[in-house]
Design a protein around this ligand. Structure first.
Ligand code: PNS
Length: 176
């Protein structure tokens, strides 16, 4: 296993790359905080949106790609992509140094721990790195943002302005 790890490190692109996977329906300021923190550790971050046909999302995968690209348009070191199938296969294809996940509270831990260990079982050379968001984002989730917005609550300061605009557009189109 040590050799495999060394071989991977050698084959890697010049800079370090982290894959930040998720649903991002929609991306929140908590996600942005984790991406910013990741950029202080890794040279490049790929925001990888899971294509999940089972869920009925607020935004289509194409819309989420567009939204996140708009949010990070001034960041040359943030890419936005979609993936299907196993995360470890996608990360291997990207020659990623690590998977990044945010940990907001103890309640996240069990699910994240299971995923990280399953991913390690599938690909022992790929590490999962957990990052804690700023305290003011620890209660934020995409699900709550959608709920609050759909019930007429204020989401300013919780999502990037671009996301708020897109949510208003959706609402205007009759989906919110
Ligand atoms: O934002 P989310 O919904 O918590 O993200 C979950 C995600 C996309 C990270 C997770 O569902 C995932 O990695 N799915 C890909 C399928 C996979 O690799 N499953 C086995 C690993 S546990």
């Amino acid at each position: 296993m040590r050799q495999t790890r060394r071989a991977r490190a050698k084959a890697r692109h010049t800079g370090s790359l982290a894959v930040f996977p998720g649903s991002f329906d929609p991306i929140t300021n908590g996600h942005l905080d984790i991406i910013e923190r990741s950029l202080s550790v890794f040279d490049q971050v790929v925001v990888a949106i899971l294509v999940n046909l089972e869920k009925s999302p607020l935004f289509s995968v194409e819309e989420r790609v567009e939204i996140i690209r708009q949010v990070f348009r001034e960041y040359p070191n943030v890419e936005v992509e979609t993936f299907g199938g196993l995360l470890v296969d996608y990360a291997r294809g990207k020659r990623a140094s690590a998977i990044v996940r945010g940990l907001r509270a103890v309640s996240d831990f069990e699910y994240e721990f299971q995923m990280a260990l399953m991913n390690r079982h599938l690909e022992p050379t790929l590490e999962t790195v957990f990052m804690m968001p700023a305290e003011q984002y620890t209660y934020l989730s995409s699900r709550l943002i959608k709920e609050v917005f759909s019930l007429g609550g204020e989401v300013r300061g919780l999502v990037p302005p671009v996301v708020e605009e897109w949510m208003r557009k959706k609402q205007g189109a009759g989906a919110g």
